[in-house]
Write a protein that binds this ligand. Structure first.
Ligand SMILES: [Fe+2]
Length: 352
């Protein structure tokens, strides 16, 4: 094991503006916290139901799960308002299995719902049905990022319950995501009403992991994408390597980094606090980390999500996007980005 030394003082970091991290999209309340966390990693298998539930500003908490609108002015903060990300107007999210995050996009033109990573059938069903009732909308699609149960565990039951729902995964034979009815190729796009959804292969965490890039493409939209990246990229971290390789994961992260800097990252887990604590250990003089960590603690203490991070911000502090930089090569005493990445990933695995 290598030792970390902090001989490399960073320069030219412009200071964080709190405004950057004022995002407070969603709010949930905790009921009976804890579930079975059975699978590994920066990825947890979901089998049991959630016990953290979403609270809505439109309706008060009941015994069931709730969603909260993301677009309420009192929740949405200025730097991520709809002038920059009009798609947020129609994005909902919910927590399950302790730290998994599921998402639902409302497509207003056809009044469709598009689910993302429905790892838990019961929780996603409860939330979908509430939204359908509220909006008179219909779940039409479920998209899954990868084959781990906590991301696609609800698919098979959804398929039985709603045979009309199209369940999409990557076209990654022979290991298709369970329950899928259609599969998208790498860089294939599909237009669903006001959304253009592109599937990008991002192996590494698993060999068949994909990321969905969603852009609001109607005439008055901002057209800045958001991504559902599952367990490939987290806020301040990345997924653990299962049946993929470090080389694949580094390549996938680089592909994600080619997206526009304002792209908002919506990963499959709420891991931000632990990830940033790790970032700070690696790079204690990086002012971006301390500022964001402070913000994250405040956000979590009031029961909010930390996800929805700009790609440009991730590039400032996420070590897994920076292992090719001199600082991390020196820190790990490596000359190769891949080898530095492996060392940092191993260290994180040992700390998780
Ligand atoms: Fe996973």
């Amino acid at each position: 094991m290598f030792k970390f030394t902090q001989n490399y003082v960073r320069k030219n970091h412009f200071s964080f503006s709190n405004k950057l991290y004022n995002l407070n999209l969603f709010k949930y309340s905790t009921k009976n916290d804890e579930t079975n966390k059975t699978n590994s990693s920066n990825s947890t298998n979901s089998s049991n139901s959630t016990n953290k539930t979403i609270e809505t500003n439109k309706s008060k908490t009941t015994n069931d799960s709730f969603v909260r609108d993301t677009h309420t002015e009192s929740i949405m903060k200025p730097q991520y308002d709809f002038t920059k990300h009009s798609i947020l107007n129609n994005l909902y999210m919910f927590l399950f299995n302790k730290d998994n995050i599921g998402y639902i996009l409302h497509e207003p033109q056809n009044n469709y719902l598009i689910g993302v990573d429905f790892g838990d059938y019961g929780i996603s069903k409860s939330i979908v049905e509430k939204l359908e009732k509220r909006q008179n909308s219909t779940l039409k699609y479920i998209i899954s990022t990868h084959s781990h149960h906590d991301h696609c565990g609800g698919n098979v039951e959804w398929k039985k319950y709603r045979p009309d729902v199209t369940i999409i995964g990557g076209n990654t034979p022979p290991n298709f995501i369970p329950g899928t009815t259609e599969n998208m190729n790498d860089l294939e796009t599909r237009t669903i009403g006001e959304y253009c959804i592109a599937c990008m292969f991002t192996p590494g965490h698993t060999k068949t992991h994909v990321t969905y890039i969603v852009t609001h493409v109607c005439e008055d939209s901002t057209k800045i994408p958001i991504i559902f990246c599952g367990d490939t990229l987290f806020i301040g971290g990345c997924g653990r390597i299962f049946d993929g390789t470090a080389e694949e994961l580094v390549s996938s992260l680089k592909k994600i980094c080619t997206l526009p800097p304002d792209t908002l990252v919506f990963p499959g887990h709420e891991y931000t606090l632990k990830n940033l604590e790790f970032c700070l250990k690696l790079d204690p003089s990086n002012p971006f980390i301390g500022d964001k960590l402070e913000w994250v603690k405040k956000v979590l203490s009031r029961g909010d999500f930390t996800v929805g991070s700009r790609l440009i911000d991730e590039k400032l502090y996420n070590p897994f996007l920076k292992t090719g930089e001199k600082y991390y090569l020196n820190l790990t005493n490596e000359k190769s980005e891949i080898r530095a990445f492996k060392k940092i990933r191993l260290l994180k695995d040992q700390m998780s």
